[in-house]
Ligand binder design. Sequence first.
Ligand code: NAP
Ligand code: MG
Length: 475
Amino acid sequence: MRNYLKHFINGEWVESTGSKTIDVINPATEEVIGQISDGTKEDLDKAVAAARAAFPSFSQTTKEERIQLLNRIADEYEKRKDDIVETITQELGAPLTASEKSHYNMGLGHFRQAAKELESFEFTETRGNTVIRKEAIGVSGLITPWNFPTNQTATKLASAFAAGSTVVLKPSELTPFAAIILAEVFEAAGLPKGVFNLVNGSGEVVGNGISSHPDIDFVSFTGSGAVGQKISENAAKTIKKVALELGGKSPLIILDDFDMKKAAKIAIANVVFNSGQVCTAATRTLIPKSKQEEFIEAVKEALPNFPVGDPQDKKSFLGPLVSEKQYNRVQEYIEKGIEEGATLIAGGTGKPEGLDKGYFVKPTVFTDVDNKMTIAQEEIFGPVMSVITYDDIDEAIEIANDTVFGLAGYVVGEDDETVTKVASSIRAGRIVVNGARADFSAPFGGYKQSGIGREWGEYGIEEYLEVKSVVGMPS
Ligand code: NAP
Ligand code: MG
């Protein structure tokens, strides 16, 4: 049992002022694996006061000091590799291989990248007789979801520290243990006290407390659109800057000159990775009508290469969903797809054979999907692919953009001109061509209802800075 009933405030592990606790469940076994404190408003106030007190000195540290700090953090993080991998598998249900290759590496990548970005980052600039200074924004409140417990915390924290902002973090109550390890990493790296504060608890109390706190200057949130709206409303009362990383319903456009077997593998991997609990998942697969039969055959053939099973088993490609709530939500969407007349060619409702315990779902593929259907418009957050056909490339682009979201878009094809046209026509913050790998310097964020602001790399650091003009500065 992991009992982490203390918050990390002002460089120390402190008792909660409340007595309520929250159970953390392993979604593969449905067993309670530990507890955290259900933080209170008083806990949050203490954390904000600590961050506020640490701000004047941390914001004045030099760029070189912060580069060294970020690299020490990355070094300490590397020492905790086995712990991080095992923890994410236990609390999220991600298979060990994904915990290591994706979750662990992404966390590390953001700390190293922020250090690298700082090397060339200019905090001052002269225009005419004005000196423009970029200064740390103040105290940042960070609210993170459960689907990438190290990636989403690390991108926010690395950017904040690089900019000189002090923080209060509230991770998801479903996956809080990765953030506890991060706090230990920061302690070991010698982060000055008060720069990082961790308060566990619910969105209702700690989350709402952050978005409405008069002493927090900036809120960076990743999660659902509904909560993003609530945060914006609360933040408006004290004119806080808000960055939102919300959901998506991203299209993958498969061009007719691309090998359908390769396309099927790329499409499936993208939809089932992390059990489909990915905001950038390409859940709408757009294929040329003439290639429909060939593509469906290729999908059926490739699907068994993505087995669902025990996350402790290195052969599993997908583990369970994170919670019973997410399991039920995905079941409802699969039922809705059937009800709306889409054709089920793989998966469906219920648990996969032999996996009665745990929140496992079947990788599911619908064809004959109309883009107006619920399963093509709403974020399911499970391994569910909707295959939609198109007649020509203009129609493909029109379908791709017929969504309230704009987080990501994908295209696979051989003809560079068409690929370029697609990449420039999709209204989304990140377009991935021919299954390219992630790049930590590439800005990450959404158009439309997918969010406000950018994370990762240099653009991520900018979010945690204010811009000051000093006009007539003597030189
Ligand atoms: P969520 O409610 O948006 O949770 C994300 C984070 O916000 C958690 O830390 C949560 O705290 C916190 N939160 C909840 N209510 C809040 C409030 N009023 N003020 C401030 N913070 C608050 O997401 P969910 O319910 O876990 O998932 C629901 C759906 O959201 C998913 O099915 C998916 O579609 C979407 N989602 C998207 C992403 C993404 O990466 N874009 C990530 C996760 C979920 P708790 O600890 O209390 O949960
Ligand atoms: Mg919640």
